[in-house]
Design a protein around this ligand. Structure first.
Ligand code: ADP
Length: 328
């Protein structure tokens, strides 16, 4: 049922991603634009349980569109996984006369939001923000583009040293369930091979392909490895296996790590976050609850929360197919 919405709360939750600030700014400013009161909740569900929130004016989100991280902080909350924790969260929303909740986060945050919305029949909407780009229903999530560029920059730098010393580098990038970061950064950085969760490449076929490359005249190579790739080995074990079976190369391992989460958001992420933030507020005011905003085929869309957390999303077959062509 459509209810009159006057007070909207916004939070960032789960893993941080560049562009979250731009999304907060868009939610606050569109709320103010439509004469609503917007409250910022600190530290995700943890802050909601503690009632850690304040009213945000349009000016309080000045000078943040360019900043990485999140001014509202983010957290993971074990207590929110319990009914008692969620009840405290609900009571704080009621106490502060909040009518709807906007959650900027990844699929874990959305799962929590769905449980909460169903339990208390509370209007919610999600804005997908994760560097992994692993949320179904949207082509891109906020933070992915920036993180992919950061990983690509790192790969470019490693290439310089790899080619100077004739070395083979294994470069681990984030991505436990989906290989978008590895695929985009690896393709853009000219990696020799890319190992992702979507496809079990087979470690011996990797060794054979690296051997063929060596024989064809390549003196250095880079293999990009997503955290969640399917060989069952970690990046150090993969590197050791390859080194033992391919004596011609001197092998090194680099884990890019948390650098991928930081930094100023790209143009793409700032504009995406701004558009999805506004759409979230407009959808709520239009009575569309338990939904997620997204970007599909160049359009801003609103779709069911259920779809965002149940459908599987992975790197397309087209991208997987072109990797070996480019490294011939
Ligand atoms: P992300 O949003 O980046 O995927 P997490 O997976 O850590 O991050 O989820 C963020 C938070 O969402 C968790 O710490 C927890 O409080 C809440 N959450 C996740 N799944 C559930 C669930 N099934 N029920 C209740 N809360 C959940």
């Amino acid at each position: 049922m459509k209810k009159r919405i006057q007070n909207i709360a916004v939070m960032t939750s789960g893993g941080d991603a560049p562009g979250m600030n731009a999304a907060i700014r868009a939610v606050v400013r569109s709320g103010v634009y439509y004469n609503k009161d917007v409250f910022g909740i600190y530290r995700g569900y943890e802050g909601l349980i503690e009632g850690d929130m304040e009213r945000y004016s349009a000016r309080m989100v000045s000078n943040i569109i360019n900043r990485g991280g999140t001014i509202l902080k983010t957290a993971r909350s074990e207590e929110f996984r319990t009914v008692e924790g969620r009840k405290k969260a609900y009571e704080n929303l009621v106490k502060n006369n909040i009518d709807a909740l906007v959650v900027i986060g990844g699929d874990g945050s959305f799962r929590g939001m769905k449980v909460f919305a169903e339990e208390f029949d509370f209007p919610v909407i999600g804005i997908p923000a994760t560097i992994d780009n692993d949320i179904s229903g949207t082509d891109y999530t906020i933070g992915f583009d920036t993180a992919a560029n950061t990983a690509m920059d790192a790969i470019d730098k490693i290439r310089d040293t790899a080619s100077s010393h004739n070395r083979l580098f294994f470069i681990e990038v984030m991505g436990r369930d989906a290989g978008f970061l590895a695929t985009y950064a690896g393709l853009a950085g000219g990696a020799e091979d890319i190992l992702i969760p979507e496809k079990d490449r087979g470690i011996d076929s990797l060794v054979n392909s690296l051997r063929r490359s060596k024989r064809s005249g390549k003196t250095s190579s880079m293999v990009v490895v997503a955290e969640g790739e399917k060989s069952g080995k970690n990046v150090f074990e993969i590197a050791r296996y390859v080194e033992e079976n391919l004596k011609e190369y001197e092998v090194r391992v680099v884990i890019i790590g948390h650098i991928q989460r930081g930094g100023c958001p790209s143009v793409f992420d700032r504009v995406l976050a701004s558009r999805l933030g506004i759409k979230a507020v407009e959808a709520l005011l239009d009575g569309q609850y338990n939904m997620v905003t997204g970007f599909k085929s160049n359009h801003v869309i609103v779709y069911p929360l259920e779809q965002a957390i149940t459908d599987q999303k992975g790197v397309s077959q087209e991208l997987i197919r072109i990797i070996p062509i480019l490294t011939t």
